[in-house]
Design a protein around this ligand. Structure first.
Ligand code: HEM
Length: 139
């Protein structure tokens, strides 16, 4: 599980997010499609709703950092649904890279290297649980 300092840095990052994060989250998708163009057809043409869901998910995760059982259960369920979206385990690295890029772009020098390390650890944890849920769903 994540240690106390990682969780603190994650909460600090989210607290620095702009009050309207939509443009930044949409830029995350641009970055993802630049890094991994093959993922574009998996998503709907209009990404507005998707951006909203991703923002809500990030906020939910941050709110549940102190409830690991709930967090793991939810991540595995989402992972299971991702099998149905055509997501493969090797897509996770590109999404992680686009996510860290989004924080760098959005927060500039307020996104410290400690925060970056904390997000590497958290994304590894999140994607690990999602992949577990996803693989459990693959026949
Ligand atoms: C830790 C990593 C990730 C998180 C937290 C996450 C979160 C979410 C959430 C909350 C949804 C909304 C639908 C649902 O709850 O089932 C969603 C949908 C989706 N995600 Fe992810 N996701 C992650 C990684 C990925 C990866 C690696 C891909 C691969 C490209 C991906 C592709 C998609 C697609 C295609 C949809 C559905 C779009 C649609 O048809 O509405 N996600 N994701």
């Amino acid at each position: 599980m994540l240690d106390a300092s990682t969780k603190r840095l994650i909460k600090e990052t989210i607290a620095l997010f702009p009050s309207d994060p939509k443009p930044l989250v949409l830029a995350f998708y641009d970055r993802l499609f630049e890094l991994a163009p093959r993922t574009r057809p998996m998503f709907p043409d209009n990404l507005e709703k998707q951006a909203q869901k991703l923002t809500e998910m990030l906020v939910w995760i941050v709110d549940h950092l102190e409830q690991p059982d709930e967090l793991v259960g939810q991540l595995r369920q989402i992972g299971g649904r991702h099998a149905g979206y055509g997501v493969k385990v090797d897509h996770y690295a590109d999404v992680g890279s686009a996510l860290i890029w989004m924080f760098r772009k959005g927060l500039g020098k307020n996104f410290t290297s400690e925060m970056e390390q904390a997000w590497f650890a958290t994304y590894a944890f999140m994607s690990g649980e999602m992949e577990r849920g996803q693989l459990a769903d693959v026949p």
